[in-house]
Design a protein around this ligand. Structure first.
Ligand SMILES: Cc1ncc(COP(=O)(O)O)c(C=O)c1O
Length: 401
């Protein structure tokens, strides 16, 4: 018999993870397994292995301390290396002492939320803003995905109903839509958070994964006085193409949150050996710089490819400024404008076309029919998947007429 708490905690496994493991259990191969799954549901950058492999497979210094217990919240050397790396892309330098290292950005988010909230408290998370779905508007103007006024209205109304709202959490670059917040948008957000007395959790996991013509600005870079209420998450999963190493950091200037986070890191520490490996990688500033440059070039090429394939098949999508995915409009494939129809399209794509892409419902999309398509994998896989998506969407469309 398992405990009620365990049952509660495991009752709703993240749909992203469920679909990922199902698809990865039987990957598509044109020769060995043409009935396998084309997985465009997982935001992994699979385009960097040829650059990473020689480095990871080559010799590296190993010390006894790499296999011993280390500080749960990260060795001094590793935190200094991460601080140096993050400082190079930010206006405000990051200090090693303000970092709490844990096993992945997921754990960093969990710790930030646990440090700030009691059970039953709320964190307000903006869903993709409705007007962002208007492709023309978004494509030309870089639409507002996060309306600070809407946040203020939501929080005030929740508080009137007795809810304790502690924080606002958002991602920039914005997963799944691919927007990068401009400094003026970030300032507007901080002003509302200050007015509403909210902490802000900023997930900046894709900070270095911007596309041509777009620049990332860290929330702390525009913060000024309110910095203690900002808790930033970053990790190695996206920008450095190392998701399986599960390395993440929480940055906070609030001494109480930091102290609690250091203690909570006890439950999700990153292995000493992985810290040593990543410290060794990061301290080679030239190599890290080359990796990031190469990643941006390939990311841009991959985005151009998926974008072209989607356009060729008449599938609209929001132009992306960063990240590994596009937010695609598959409303033409819905039997009716409902989330039930969206889920049925998802199931058709998965079971019939053997394509794994994630439906908007799991991102809290306000409108059914939008899907996140991750493209940072072999171009041939992307082409094949888009062709199958287009076939399912158009056959569903024909069925309705
Ligand atoms: C915005 C965002 N935050 C956090 C995570 C989880 O990162 P990690 O694998 O380091 O736990 C992901 C992974 O997809 C992500 O996209």
């Amino acid at each position: 018999m398992v405990s009620r708490r365990a049952q509660q905690l495991t009752a709703n496994p993240p749909p992203i993870a469920v679909a990922h493991f199902q698809a990865e259990a039987r990957p598509y191969d044109p020769v060995r397994d043409p009935d396998g799954y084309l997985n465009l549901g997982t935001a992994e950058n699979r385009l960097l292995w040829d650059v990473l492999e020689p480095r990871l497979a080559g010799p590296r210094p190993v010390q006894a301390s790499d296999i011993r217990y280390a500080l749960a919240y990260g060795t001094a050397g590793f935190r200094a290396a991460v601080a140096g790396f993050l400082s190079r892309s930010r206006a405000v330098p990051v200090a090693a002492d303000d970092l709490v290292v844990v096993s992945g950005a997921t754990a960093a988010l969990d710790i930030a939320a646990s440090a700030l909230c009691d059970p039953g408290d709320f964190i307000v998370v903006p869903a993709p803003y409705y007007s962002a779905f208007d492709t023309d508007l978004c494509g030309r103007s870089g639409c507002r995905l996060l309306d600070p006024e809407a946040i203020a209205r939501t929080v005030r109304s929740a508080r009137r109903d007795g809810a304790v709202v502690r924080a606002l959490a958002f991602t920039s670059p914005y997963n799944p839509v691919g927007h990068v917040y401009r400094p003026d948008e970030l300032r507007a957000l901080l002003a509302v958070a200050a007015e509403l007395d909210l902490d802000v959790i900023a997930d900046e996991l894709y900070a270095h994964s911007t596309l041509d013509g777009h620049t990332f600005t860290g929330l702390l870079d525009v913060a000024g006085d309110g910095s203690e209420r900002i808790h930033t998450v970053w990790g190695f999963a996206k920008d450095l193409g190392l998701p399986g190493l599960k390395a993440g950091v929480l940055h906070t200037l609030d001494p109480r949150v930091r102290s609690v986070a250091r203690e909570l890191a006890y439950f999700a520490p990153l292995s000493s050996d992985t810290q040593a490996l990543l410290e060794w990688l990061l301290t080679d500033v030239e190599w890290t710089g080359r990796l990031l440059d190469c990643s941006r070039v390939r990311l841009q090429r991959s985005y151009a490819h998926v974008s072209h394939r989607l356009r060729t098949h008449g599938i609209p999508h929001i132009p992306a400024a960063a990240g590994f995915s596009v937010w695609a409009d598959l409303r033409a494939g819905l039997a009716e404008p409902s989330f039930a129809a969206e889920d049925s399209l998802r199931a058709d794509l998965f079971d019939r076309a053997r394509v794994n892409i994630l439906p908007g419902a799991i991102f809290g999309s306000p409108e059914p029919g939008w899907f996140r398509i991750c493209h940072t994998t072999e171009p041939a896989i992307v082409s094949e998947a888009v062709e199958r998506i287009a076939a399912v969407v158009s056959s569903a469309g024909r069925g309705r007429r």
